[in-house]
Design a protein around this ligand. Structure first.
Ligand SMILES: [Zn+2]
Ligand SMILES: [Zn+2]
Length: 320
């Protein structure tokens, strides 16, 4: 394709000095690539530029992304921004492209603009739009860019793992674990630590094994704006078998049925005549009658002891 077409249809546009955005044609248009001095290409669609279409003097990177609202871009954002940063700092022109140069590549370029200029999602998008007026990242990407802004332009694993807004986006967008293996390595799963002796412990009524602590209970309000007392809705814990979208929760020791779970969430029915109707997501429910409550006179943690990490990870839990 002659470079004239690129100019006419603008399939490759300059976002910042050394940063370009384009569609799949621009990535194989050797004349245009040479004309604009492109030295590196970051492909963010499912296929990479084929070997026979590659230029010898261009370095190619590939991060496969779907143009779907549930596609997680935050997980690989740091890696992509690092590629851009290296090239731009070395004053080498880099082209970010997807299929049409509208959604995926625009989201990645927007994140770079936001981070490098400390801009909001909206201002970042405006900037990319001023270079390429028809960009339109899908709504899932926009939401993730908003989260990126709220996380002060950081998407490191630790930052993400500790971010309640990121967790709730994962669940809303259907990015909950789908297999036992994913669940095990998932950031949602809390660990029951045997050294957390000072926490109020809730145990199996049948075999007295520890099931969860105070800090794992997720409270919500019912229609009367009171704390709902429907069973125990808790965090997913490492002793649960969570290989499915929904299923039963069994005691890890005696296998009695304790309750049920559903990653997608359920509507709470309320308790004892108090109507609720809150949507709880994810839903990890344990019946009150299945649990031996902690003794009322639990000793408080000594002030000199550091707080267990469990508590730090669950931000919206009532403090003891
Ligand atoms: Zn048991
Ligand atoms: Zn409720």
């Amino acid at each position: 394709m002659p470079s004239k077409l690129v100019e006419t249809f603008g399939s490759m546009d300059k976002v910042l000095p050394f940063l370009w955005i384009g569609d799949r044609f621009s990535a194989v248009d050797k004349m245009a690539l040479e004309k604009f001095g492109i030295r590196e290409i970051l492909t963010v669609c499912s296929y990479s530029v084929q070997d026979e279409q590659q230029s010898r003097n261009i370095k190619y990177h590939h991060v496969p992304l779907d143009d779907s609202p549930s596609q997680n871009i935050l997980l690989r954002l740091e890696e992509m921004l690092h590629i851009l940063q290296e090239s731009i700092q070395a004053e080498k022109n880099i082209l970010v492209h997807c299929e049409a140069g509208v959604s995926r590549s625009a989201a990645v370029c927007c994140a770079y603009v936001m981070k490098s200029k400390s801009l909001s999602m909206k201002k970042g998008l405006d900037h990319v739009k001023s270079a390429r007026f028809f960009i339109c990242p899908n709504e899932g990407f926009v939401k993730q860019l908003e989260i990126f802004e709220q996380l002060s332009w950081s998407a490191g694993l630790d930052t993400l793992n500790n971010s309640p807004i990121y967790r709730s986006w994962l669940l809303e967008s259907g990015n909950h674990p789908m297999t036992e293996e994913e669940a095990k390595s998932s950031l949602f799963i809390q660990t029951l630590k045997s050294d957390s002796k000072d926490l109020a412990r809730y145990r199996c009524i049948a075999c007295r094994t520890d099931l969860f602590y105070d800090c794992h209970i997720q409270q919500h309000m019912n229609r009367a704006e009171k704390v709902c007392r429907f069973g125990f809705l808790i965090d997913p814990l490492n002793w649960m078998e969570l290989g499915q979208y929904e299923g039963k929760i069994l005691c890890p020791k005696c296998s009695s049925k304790l309750g049920s779970y559903c990653w997608g969430g359920r509507v709470c029915q309320g308790f004892d005549g108090e109507k609720c109707g809150a949507k709880v997501r994810p839903w990890f429910f344990i019946g009150r009658e299945k649990v031996r409550l902690p003794l009322p006179s639990q000793p408080l943690p000594l002030p000199s002891q550091p707080l267990p990490t469990l508590q730090n990870q669950t931000s919206d839990i009532k403090a003891e």
